[in-house]
Design a protein around this ligand. Structure first.
Ligand SMILES: NC(=O)c1ccc[n+]([C@@H]2O[C@H](COP(=O)([O-])OP(=O)(O)OC[C@H]3O[C@@H](n4cnc5c(N)ncnc54)[C@H](O)[C@@H]3O)[C@@H](O)[C@H]2O)c1
Length: 315
């Protein structure tokens, strides 16, 4: 299987690449704004991975690079949902247009298999455990809007051009090689000022967290086993959730700065567009035969150990 991974040098992408090299040659297409060569490590030096350092917004370059592959995994996106508040074109470009370019390049290259990394943000602000069909509340962030648009484009390409599509809607993904997210943010803040940790929002925001290794395995499990929908859509998240307050307290406890005080902000949201309580129903994924091994709390605790080791050098 010749795999083409857009955004493959990033956090989740590089863990997915670790699995894909077992199946054949992998091309990573990444503009390296966030991705790092070192994430591809030995696979790159051993020639199992070819890295093309280009932008998905360059349709000609993307189309030329994609030729000769069997499947496209599209993981490039704006890495931080809240950046859309400062730069309102970011999600339109890095999300919607980049996804259109990826789909159009696949169509022109005659590649019929397309896997898209989506997010629970497509469900909007719905405080119940969302099932795959629970759309209609509409996203409340520009990031979520671009994921919703990307999913819609993939659906249209499946119907109009015969693509086979797989969408996995992740909860919050945590673990080694993190490029963003609350755990990394908190560790970096503590390192910069060890006396206190300031938290966006009142700390009661809660999301389902999954470990990046289980996320990468889950993407491939869905790709291998889900059939018949145009496209196949699956939530990929544990049933429970973990609050930001817990994460902040665990990060302090797992850091060298154990007496740091945690200072919470005001309001239920970390920022406008943040979903205060996100819950994803994993029944469809479980019925397909994939069960996450770690609960949300366990995934967070493991990730804190891993990220603390990366940021503070403690284990
Ligand atoms: N991390 C999470 O918690 C989470 C949750 C839900 C969905 N997702 C989605 O999963 C995917 C991967 O997320 P991640 O956490 O690994 O993020 P990431 O930022 O670490 O990885 C994205 C990669 O894409 C690259 N990239 C960005 N824009 C590009 C462009 N225009 N052209 C080429 N490369 C580009 C970046 O350099 C980076 O290597 C994204 O689509 C993200 O929206 C992530």
């Amino acid at each position: 299987m010749r795999s083409f991974v857009i955004g493959g040098a990033g956090f989740i992408g590089s863990h997915l690449v670790d699995l894909l090299v077992e199946r054949g040659p992998v091309t990573v297409y990444d503009n390296m704004t966030v991705g790092k060569k070192e994430f591809l490590g030995a696979n790159l030096t051993a020639g199992r991975v070819t890295l093309i350092e280009k932008d998905a917004l360059d349709l000609d370059a993307l189309g030329a690079a994609m030729k000769g592959h069997d499947v496209v995994f599209h993981l490039a996106a704006n890495p931080e949902a809240r950046w859309g508040l400062e730069r309102t074109r970011l999600d339109l470009e890095q999300g919607t247009i980049a996804t259109y370019n990826a789909l159009e390049s696949a169509r022109l290259a005659g590649i019929t298999k397309f896997v898209f990394a989506s997010s629970g943000t497509v469900y909007g602000n719905l405080a119940t455990a969302c099932k795959e069909g629970d759309l209609g509340h509409l996203p409340i962030s520009l990031y979520g809007a671009s994921k919703f648009a990307g999913e819609s484009l993939l659906s249209a390409y499946c119907e109009c051009f015969g693509l086979e599509g797989w969408i996995t809607r992740f909860g919050n993904v945590v673990g080694k090689r993190g490029t963003h997210g609350a755990i990394l943010d908190f560790c970096k803040k503590l390192k910069a000022h060890p006396e206190y940790l300031d938290v966006l929002g009142d700390g009661r925001q809660a999301k389902p967290y999954l470990h990046v290794t289980e996320c990468a395995k889950g993407i491939l499990y869905v790709f291998d086993n889900a059939k018949g929908e145009k496209p196949n859509v699956y939530n990929l998240a544990p049933e429970g959730y973990t609050s930001v307050k817990k994460i902040a307290e665990w990060v302090v406890a797992g850091s060298p700065y154990k007496t740091a005080r945690v200072e919470f902000g005001a309001g239920a949201q970390g920022w406008p567009g943040d979903v205060p309580l996100s819950l994803l129903d994993s029944g469809k994924l479980n019925a397909l035969g994939y069960r996450l091994q770690r609960s949300s709390d366990e995934a967070v605790q493991q990730a804190i150990r891993e990220v603390a080791a990366e940021v503070f050098g403690v284990t």
